[in-house]
Structure formats: structure tokens, C-alpha cells
Design a protein around this ligand. Structure first.
Ligand code: SF4
Ligand code: SF4
Length: 112
């Protein structure tokens, strides 16, 4: 069992989630985060902290593809455990549907 980040995070990237994760298993892309499914201990504390409700348990319907997605980019992107400033236009992208793949960047973030 794991929690995963979905495309609701893209261009929102508020990073409230990284502050509460007890095992620091978030990884930073240029415009979204992912969770490492092999490191997540399934505690669930990050889910209610996410303003755009981008974080879901893998038991939710339709999460299979997002588990693979999170696993893939957790290998490619750097670890992040401290909250930074969110994008200045984050509020404009909060709630916009289907941001993947149109708004997704494969590039890594800076990490911590
Ligand atoms: S709190 Fe939600 S929107 Fe913000 S970085 Fe974490 S998963 Fe993405
Ligand atoms: S469920 Fe717990 S361990 Fe998994 S990413 Fe969220 S805070 Fe971290």
C-alpha cells in the first residue's frame, strides 16, 4: 500500500505535503511532486494537507497508472523534504482538470 500524487499537483506544487511526511519520501519535478511507493509507509498524514487534493491512496479507483508514474519519477527526481515557495500562479491552476500530459514537465526540480 502507498499513497500517490496525481496530476492535480501539476503547476500547483504547494509542498505542504513534504513537511508532514515522517519518512521524507517525496521527490521533486520541475512542476509537481511524486511519492516513492517503495518508501511510503501508508500513514496517510499527507493526504489532507494537499490543497488541490492531489494525493490519494492506491486503493482508490484509477490509481494503478499513477502508482507506476510515481515509482518512475521517484527514481529520476531529487528528494525534497522542506517546503519552498509555491509557483506564483499556483492558485490559477488549482482545480484545472486533466493537467497530464499537457502541463507536465519531465524535468527534475532542485530538491533539497
Ligand atoms: S501539497 Fe499537493 S499540490 Fe502541493 S506539492 Fe504536495 S501533492 Fe503537490
Ligand atoms: S502516506 Fe505518509 S509516508 Fe506516505 S507519502 Fe504520505 S506522509 Fe509520507
Amino acid at each position: 500500500m502507498t499513497y500517490v500524487v496525481t496530476d492535480a499537483c501539476i503547476r500547483c506544487k504547494y509542498m505542504d505535503c513534504v513537511e508532514v511526511c515522517p519518512v521524507d519520501c517525496f521527490y521533486e519535478g520541475e512542476n509537481m511532486l511524486v511519492i516513492s511507493p517503495s518508501q511510503c509507509i501508508d500513514c496517510g498524514v499527507c493526504e489532507p494537507e494537499c490543497p488541490p487534493e492531489a494525493i490519494h491512496p492506491d486503493s482508490d479507483p484509477g490509481m494503478e497508472g499513477w502508482v507506476k508514474f510515481n515509482a518512475e519519477y521517484a527514481e529520476k527526481w531529487p528528494n525534497i523534504f522542506m517546503k519552498k515557495d509555491p509557483p506564483t500562479d499556483a492558485a490559477e491552476w488549482d482545480g484545472v482538470p486533466d493537467k497530464y500530459p499537457a502541463q507536465f514537465s519531465e524535468d527534475p526540480g532542485e530538491g533539497d
